[in-house]
Write a protein that binds this ligand. Structure first.
Ligand code: GRF
Length: 227
């Protein structure tokens, strides 16, 4: 059982997936607090409906990123949070947060990293003409979407896709992948091995990897009939 703090900025459909897995017993976690940087974030209502404490900390009311993150760390500590899930949290986090929760901040990104980091990743992949994209759950480090990868699901880009239809299929996979990766963490199966040399990246090891390859491939929807 882990105590999880979930950070959101928007609708919170990934938060909902996490809440659903907790209540179904497939994610061995307590959601200790849901924290939003926007007071109107739709995800706050989802948290309240689930009986989870909520906190709003508006970034606009802090002098800078570090001061904002310090307020977040205080709130997370007040709720005895062990791991932090960034579920559509649209702020760049600083070492103030990362050093308070070293290798314990987990993000969901709507692309197959290291391709298409940053914002509007689904649109980046679509406009680039990628044939495969997907989603990635990773630990957060000091770069933007550069931290050690825990799990990924590939999603095919269909000829008929629009950016919206592609984003919707990626989101479905996000909702499955994020709780799954968090459950691996809750089971104590996830460790980060530092690189053997300075140039080698730290990498995630998932114990019992035969059943947790950390790679999924989403089934493509059937091709539209031409008749
Ligand atoms: C998701 O696509 C997530 O990957 C991205 O922002 C979106 C958040 O959606 N970072 P929601 O708020 O969880 O519905």
């Amino acid at each position: 059982m882990i105590r999880l703090g979930v950070l959101i900025s928007g609708g919170g459909s990934n938060l909902q997936a996490i809440l659903d897995h907790v209540s179904a017993g497939t994610l061995d976690a307590t959601i200790a607090v849901v924290l939003s940087n926007k007071k109107n974030a739709g995800g706050l209502a989802r948290a309240r409906a689930a009986g989870v404490p909520t906190v709003v900390i508006e970034h606009t009311e802090h002098a800078g990123r570090e001061a904002f993150d310090a307020a977040i760390v205080t709130a997370l500590r007040e709720h005895d949070v062990e791991y932090v899930a960034l579920a559509g949290f649209m702020r760049i986090v600083t070492p103030v947060l990362l050093d308070a929760f070293p290798m314990r901040v987990v993000n969901i990104h709507p692309a197959l990293l290291p391709a298409f980091p940053g914002i509007h990743a689904q649109g980046q992949a679509f406009r680039y003409g990628a044939r495969i994209t997907g989603c990635t759950v990773h630990f957060v480090d000091r770069g933007t979407d550069t931290g050690p990868i825990i799990a990924q699901t590939a999603v095919a880009v269909l000829p008929s896709d629009t950016e919206e239809s592609l984003s919707a299929r990626i989101l479905v996979e996000e909702h499955a992948l994020f709780p799954k990766a968090l459950q691996w963490i809750a089971e104590g199966r996830v460790t980060v091995a530092s690189g053997a040399t300075r140039d080698e990246r730290p990498r995630v090891v998932v114990r019992d990897a035969a059943t947790a390859l950390g790679l999924g491939i989403a089934p493509s929807p059937p091709a539209a009939s031409s008749t």
